[in-house]
Design a protein around this ligand. Structure first.
Ligand SMILES: Cc1ncc(COP(=O)(O)O)c(C=O)c1O
Length: 346
């Protein structure tokens, strides 16, 4: 039976995505959340399994693994690098740990060598949440292609957007087959399986969205260049503002510039981000109450809170951009941030 998922548009998109990211398989789905859900299912994650995931993550990263019956085990992040704190991750390993799910928040991807070494030392599969990281590379490795499966969102505001949508990347044909079945109620079924013989989801990407996504894959280098230029422009305009300092990417990191990032050294830093949101500067912590996931009650947190993650989120201004933001909009944001930080610092 032909794959009913999104018709030929989804298949063409998958072909172009695999080529653009240099991987064997792409599977298009309806959202980044669906990509993570599908990837975790393909990775065999289920009840009783523990998955190491940074507390420095969004609800959408953790919800799919909880829905599959697995347990999120929150690990801290290093405030100096924003990368996973691998000492903390090592302390939290148990005989039930099956996977690590790094989150490349704000397009920063962490050290790929450290991730690969940790995962292979402990026999873990790696599912990357690269929802915000299309276009980032480090030491020659593209975000979303280091692990077993990489997951992306194409929600509006993402660099590679289609309004709503997502996809996953993998070099493993069996995992791609599982993912294609899982996103469409196990139809077409992987070889050796009967169609509709397993619980799954409808996470198909609608054909019109696949067509938009495909047009944007063709201009991916331009979209990444535009976001980098926007971020450079805003950070340059904020260079002399009291209490704010740009967070530079790591050496060897070719950052996609997803979100202009500034360390806030002002009193009541989180309140400052909320204040900016009220004045029209949309940002991660102030507009969307981005708090460490280990403090969210629905994930039944246990153990000590992840202090590095809290420190990062309490002191980072991450301005949210879209492709539509032109220089006038960025200058307007810069004027508001400058005025409010100057008053706040006084
Ligand atoms: C880091 C991260 N993970 C997961 C998601 C979920 O993606 P979506 O909103 O497309 O379901 C998003 C986007 O919202 C995200 O930014």
């Amino acid at each position: 039976m032909p794959d009913p998922s999104g018709g030929p548009a989804a298949g063409q998109l998958e072909h172009d995505l695999a080529e653009a990211f240099g991987v064997s398989h792409a599977v298009a789905v309806s959202s980044g959340t669906a990509a993570l859900h599908t990837a975790l299912s393909a990775g065999g994650i289920g009840p009783g399994d523990e998955v190491l995931v940074p507390a420095l993550s969004v609800v959408m990263t953790v919800a799919p693994l909880a829905v599959l019956g697995a347990t999120p085990v929150f690990v801290d992040s290093d405030p100096g690098t924003l990368d996973v704190d691998y000492d903390d991750a090592a302390r939290k390993l148990t005989s039930r740990t099956r996977a690590i799910l790094p989150v490349h928040l704000w397009g920063r991807m962490g050290d790929p060598a450290a991730l690969t070494a940790f995962a292979s030392a402990h026999d873990l599969i790696v599912i990357e949440d690269a929802a915000q990281a299309a276009g980032t590379a480090r030491d020659g490795h593209r975000a979303g292609t280091i692990g077993t499966i990489g997951c992306f969102s194409m929600k509006d505001g993402k660099i590679l957007w289609s309004g709503e949508g997502g996809f996953l990347l993998t070099d493993h044909s069996d995992l791609a087959e599982h993912a294609a079945a899982f996103r469409s109620h196990w139809q077409p079924a992987p070889s050796g399986h009967e169609p509709l013989s397993r619980l799954a989801t409808n996470s198909r990407l609608a054909a019109p969205l696949a067509a938009i996504a495909r047009a944007n894959v063709r201009r991916l280098p331009d979209l990444v260049a535009r976001r980098r230029a926007q971020t450079r422009h805003l950070l340059h305009a904020l260079e002399q503002v009291p209490g704010l300092a740009a967070l530079a990417p790591a050496a060897g990191e070719d950052w996609n510039g997803y979100s202009p990032l500034l360390r806030i050294d002002l009193p009541h830093a989180r309140k400052f981000t909320e204040h900016l949101a009220q004045h029209g500067v949309s940002n991660s912590t102030g507009s969307f109450r981005l708090i460490p996931c280990d403090t969210r009650p629905m994930f039944s947190p246990r153990g000590q809170p992840c202090r590095g993650a809290a420190q990062i989120l309490d002191h980072t201004l991450a301005v949210l951009l879209t492709e539509r933001d032109n220089e006038a909009t960025l200058d307007h944001y810069a004027a508001i941030i400058t005025r409010e930080a100057t008053t706040w610092a006084a």
